[in-house]
Design a protein around this ligand. Sequence first.
Ligand code: NCD
Length: 343
Amino acid sequence: MKHLIDPTDLTKKEIDEIVALAEDIIAHRERYQGSMAHKKLATLFYEPSTRTRLSFTAAMMELGGQVLGFSNPQNSSAAKGETVQDTVRVVGCFADIIAMRHPIEGAPLVASEVSSVPIINAGDGSHSHPTQTLTDLLTIKRELGRIDDITIGFCGDLRFGRTVHSLIKALSRYHGIKVVLIAPDELRLPDYIKQDVCEKMGVAYRETDSLDEAIPELDVLYMTRVQKERFLDEDEFDRVKDSFVLDARRMALAKEKMAVLHPLPRVNEILTEVDEDPRAAYFRQVENGKLVRMALIISLMEWKDDLHCTNAKCICNNEKHEPRFRLAENGITRCWYCDSKVR
Ligand code: NCD
C-alpha cells in the first residue's frame, strides 16, 4: 500500500504517470466514469478548505465513488480528544481511501503509520501539500507544454507557504529548473529547503525582493497568499501582508507566454484586472486540481493491492502485519520491515 504524504513519496516516473493519466482523463472522461463505483473516499479536514476538499469530493463523484467525512473537527471526536491515529483506524473501517488536512505538521504521516487504507496528505501546517503540487505540475504542463527547462518565480509567503515547499521539492527532479525566490526578508524560503532540496539536487536559485526585477525572465510566476493563520505575531503579519501585488502594469513586463499560477484563495496579491489576461492560469489550475486528484485516486487504489513483500522470511509474511513500503534511493520501493526491494 502506498500513501502520499510528501511529494517525494512519488518517483518522478510516478508523478509523470499521474499527470499523463490526468491528461487521458481529460481526453476520455467517459472511460473513467465508473472506475471507483462502490468505493468510498473519506475527507478528514481539520483545517478550512474550499478547493482541496471540494475537488477531492468532485473527483471521487466523477469516478462513480462516494464520499464521507467532516470539514469541521469540532463536529468529530477530535473535539473529545481523540488522537489522529485512533480516528484513522476507525475511518479505515468505513472508507477505502482517506484525504486528510491538518494544521499540525506530520499529522498525515502518523495517520499513515496505522492506517489500513491509503492516506493522502491534503496539507499539513506549513509543511507539505503534495496534491496541490500535482495540480501545479499538470497546470504547468498544460500551459507551457513542458515541465523541464523552466524558470519559475515563487512570490509572496515562501516561509509558511506549504504549496511552495512541495512544488520546489517535486521540481527538483526535473531538468533545467531555475528558481527565483521573490519575498521580503521575513518571508524567505526556509534554509532547510534551500540546502536539502535546491543545493543537494542542483536546482539553480536566487533570491530577490523585487517582483519588477524578476518578472521579465519567468516562464511561470507562482503567486501566494501571506499565510495569516501561521503568524504568531500580528504586527509582523501587518508589516508584510501587502508585500507584492500583481497588476496589469507588472504583467506588461512579463513574457508573452508566461503562466501565472496561484493555489488560491487570493486575498489582495493579484488584482482582478489580471484575471482576463490569457496568461492568468489560476482558475484553469482549479479545474486541473480535480482532474489530477481523479488520476491520483485511481493510481493509489491500483497500487494498494499491487505491492507485496516477496521475502518469505519477512515478518509481514509470517505474522498479521499490514504490508508497508517506503520509497528508497533511485526510485526503488522497499519493504518497511525487512528492506527487500519490492519495486
Ligand atoms: C493553499 C493551502 O491550503 O495551502 N490552498 C489550496 O490548497 N488551494 C494555499 C493557501 O491557503 O494560501
